[in-house]
Ligand binder design. Structure first.
Ligand code: SF4
Length: 803
């Protein structure tokens, strides 16, 4: 979302101290699968050496048939990402602008669809039979396998069971608790990236008519650093490329991103690019299988061979060594420019369209190679090879994800990548640009239509004018600020429009305690998750339609709209009958809460908006720039692109120029024996949703509590492959301990380690956030490890075979 630089720096909310919050019970910490020590089941098995292939077809068919049945599998999957079908509810990878294939989805998209379209249901009898306390002892994977939530449920104060509740009574309960607040700012309205533009726009409208900008969202957790950094550097916080640019690129740098698991269809574009001779460079602490080789399931013949090599060059950067590494590459480029009399850098572009270059040049000249090599962990030779690719490239794309943004210096990481691209003018021309790859299907669209705690005055004025009210101007709270305020008793009602806030956020104990201090927590959900079990004094589960399902309102069948990573807004129309007659659409639920809460003091006809979503889109068109003729253009097959100045070579910063910025190489100053931990996702996982306990791309089967660590680090500690250890965060003493992780020797730089989230979120202190973006720093956590006392007391765990 575009914004002025000073907006991104400061909010107008009071910081909240969290030191007074008592430590919660350890029993709350069963995030993920916590096996008892004698049953640590994770095994190290054969690691797949190429991504996708036959196995992904097998997984797709297996999941589809098991969850949906044979007929529904075909009917449903063939509508995923089609112009007359529904948008994949998983990641935000774009669809082709031109002709689409019959099967336009990946294995992980199929898992997400199968999960939503499952035949299994959670009915009131389930909650009558199982108490909340009992369910808390189960794993996240068990929740996922229970099926779709089928009816609104209420957990009364003091009860250990949910019980059914009518929709009207649920809305009445929410209205009562909201009215009981001393201030609208005692409520928070969280949005996950699943919500459509229509639902998100209504939700933001309701929150502001209620009187608050407390609109935390999952963008606060994943790409806030990209938004903050890119807005300052080039004037827009989004990707500057189209999907077709991958076909025209001659160099693609994939930095801190694992597309094989997190954005699998990106591999098809990388495969095409590699076949065109494009040089693909992977910069990551772990060599991820998806960037090594890819067997495209759409090409039967390629399934039989060894697969297409993807990355020509892999730089095994230390965790958060990216600034050092990219500075090294840029320093090589500057030196080559001097040697060749100015033939490397885009001097005309730099002079006419940028500012701040001389400061960057001076900074790069002053950096020592010793610091660069030490901090990056990469050799000078590798850096020279990467620089040679960048120097030769006329069409370079840089992609990144949360390996870049979720650090204390996440904004600096993003801006350093922007510096790198600007040196040769690699923004605003065909086959070139910047691409922060978004993780959840509509996380970008939700922000575009107003889900942000600090939307610009222009947006708020337009919203107020359109609906005849005065939106609050004071900034609200983001995700971290919301947890702090809940912990301090300053937010008393929490409503989640999708998502799993508890599992997606850091400092699990503190967050759990914070949620429990609320008077009311409300989750608008399709499936059961841990956030339904760690609740406020009272709690509601409001079950909603999913993307796969038909949405029929008073005027007839509806579709919703979403925005993908490249800024294309398009429609999504479900095909399956709703999982239960009791479900309501997200726009209908938001409108129901708004109508009941605002009653006589809303100028908005909520029922009319829900009756016909075209009316919601008409309002979006009037409020948000770039949506002219929304209802007409979104009916064009494939939708339309939102305006994007930098993509057209026009930088939308205050000066009209792109800005080079200078950032120091970060220091972590690990203490003796400490490791820097990064959290990662397994291949059987989408964000916080756990589909299974295998990760075939890293050779893990039947468990998730594993620590990937360099073999020398294991040996130096007198431990062995398969030893069971506890992970202890430096900042938290015993309260930030993750127990019973099996050591897995892995090809990862010395001093570094990796483990799955959400199990390791408990190790991330809430105050460990990125400068200026306030995004939690999940990817650089100083920890120490020690043999697990629980495991030592149990019979010896079997050591896994070495891979
Ligand atoms: S790449 Fe992403 S959006 Fe596309 S099918 Fe796979 S999970 Fe869904």
């Amino acid at each position: 979302m575009d914004r002025s630089p000073n907006e991104s720096v400061s909010g107008q909310v009071e910081p909240v101290a969290t030191g007074s919050v008592p430590a919660p019970s350890h029993a709350l910490l069963v995030v993920g699968a916590e096996p008892p020590p004698e049953k640590h089941a994770a095994e190290q098995v054969h690691r797949h050496e190429s991504a996708a292939g036959f196995y992904s077809i097998y997984e797709t068919v297996k999941r589809g048939v098991l969850e949906m049945g044979l007929g529904n599998s075909f009917r449903t999957l063939l509508k995923v990402n089609q112009t007359d079908g529904f948008d994949c509810p998983s990641c935000a990878w774009p669809d082709p602008d031109s002709a689409r294939k019959t099967a336009e989805f990946c294995e992980n998209g199929a898992k997400a669809v199968a999960s939503e379209a499952t035949k299994d249901r959670i009915v009131p009898e389930f909650f009558a039979a199982h108490s909340v306390s009992e369910l808390l002892g189960q794993s996240d994977r068990c929740y996922e396998q229970r099926g779709r939530l089928a009816q609104p449920m209420w957990r009364p104060a003091g009860s250990d069971h949910y019980q059914p509740i009518e929709w009207d009574a649920a809305f009445e309960l929410i209205a009562r608790e909201l009215h009981a607040l001393d201030s609208p700012n005692e409520a928070a309205f969280y949005t996950s990236g699943r919500a459509s533009n229509e639902a998100a726009f209504l939700y933001g409208l309701f929150a502001r008519q209620f009187g608050t900008n407390n609109l935390p969202d999952c963008s606060n957790l994943c790409h806030e650093s990209s938004g903050t950094g890119l807005t300052e550097s080039i004037g827009i916080g989004k990707a500057t490329i189209k999907l077709e640019d991958f076909s025209h690129a001659d160099a693609i740098f994939v930095i801190g991103q694992n597309p094989g698991t997190c954005h699998p269809r990106m591999l098809s574009e990388l495969q095409k690019a590699a076949r065109n001779g494009c040089q693909i460079v992977s910069i990551n602490p772990l060599a991820e299988t998806g960037l090594i080789r890819f067997k495209n399931p759409q090409e039967p013949l390629s399934l039989l061979g060894a697969g297409t090599p993807i990355a020509r060059l892999f730089l095994p950067v230390r965790i958060n060594g990216d600034v050092a590494l990219i500075k090294g590459i840029m320093k090589e480029m500057l030196e080559e420019d001097a040697r060749t009399g100015g033939k490397v850098l885009a001097h005309d572009f730099i002079r006419e369209q940028t500012e701040g270059f001389e400061a960057l040049r001076a900074d790069l000249e002053s950096e020592s190679w010793g610091d660069i090599l030490e901090s990056s962990g990469c050799s000078r030779e590798l850096i020279q090879q990467a620089a040679a690719i960048a120097i030769r490239s006329e069409h370079m794309i840089c992609c990144w994800a949360m390996g870049i943004t979720q650090h204390k210096n996440g904004v600096a990481n993003v801006q350093t990548i922007a510096n790198f691209a600007l040196l040769r003018g690699q923004i605003g021309r065909r086959g070139a640009g910047l691409c922060p790859v978004r993780g959840h299907s509509n996380v970008q669209g939700d922000r575009t239509v107003g889900i942000w705690e600090k939307m610009s005055d222009e947006f708020l004025d337009a919203l107020g004018k359109e609906f005849g009210f005065s939106p609050p101007k004071a900034h609200g709270r983001d995700a971290v600020g919301t947890i702090q305020a809940m912990a301090a008793g300053q937010i008393k009602v929490f409503i989640g429009l999708g998502g799993n806030f508890l599992a997606a956020t850091p400092d699990t104990q503190l967050t759990a305690q914070a949620m429990q201090r609320c008077r009311l927590t409300v989750q608008i959900s399709t499936k059961l998750n841990r956030g339904h079990l760690i609740t406020g004094r009272e709690a509601l589960i409001l079950p909603c339609l999913g993307r796969t399902e038909q949405d029929v309102q008073a005027s007839g069948p509806q579709f919703v709209t979403v925005e993908n990573t490249t800024g294309v807004v398009h429609q999504s129309r479900g095909v399956l009958p709703p999982a239960s007659q009791h479900l309501r659409s997200e726009p209908a639920i938001v409108a129901g809460i708004a109508q009941r809460t605002l009653a006589g003091r809303t100028p908005t006809d909520w029922a009319s908006l829900v009756a016909d979503y075209d009316r919601i889109r008409e309002h979006i068109e009037h409020v948000v720039p770039g949506f002219a003729q929304y209802n007409r253009r979104v009916r064009d097959p494939g939708g339309f692109y939102l305006p994007n100045g930098p993509r057209e070579g026009k930088f939308t910063t205050p000066s009209g120029k792109a800005r080079f910025t200078v950032h120091p190489i970060p220091r972590h100053d690990l203490r003796p024996g400490e490791l820097l931990l990064t959290t990662i996702r397994s291949h059987d996982q989408f964000n916080t949703t756990i589909y299974g306990e295998n990760d075939r791309y890293r050779g893990i089967s039947n468990g998730r509590r594993v620590l990937f660590i360099n073999a020398q680090e294991i040996a130096e500690r007198g431990l062995q492959s398969g030893s069971i250890v506890d992970l202890i965060s430096r900042d938290g003493g015993e309260s930030r301990r993750a127990e019973r992780f099996k050591l897995v020797p892995y090809d990862i730089p010395r001093g570094c380690a990796a483990a799955y989230y959400p199990e390791t979120n408990v190790l991330v202190p809430l105050h460990n956030v990125a400068d200026r973006s306030n995004q939690p720093a999940f990817k650089s956590i100083p920890i120490r490890i020690e043999p697990s006392p629980a495991a030592l007391a149990a019979p010896a765990a079997q050591a896994p075979e070495s891979a």
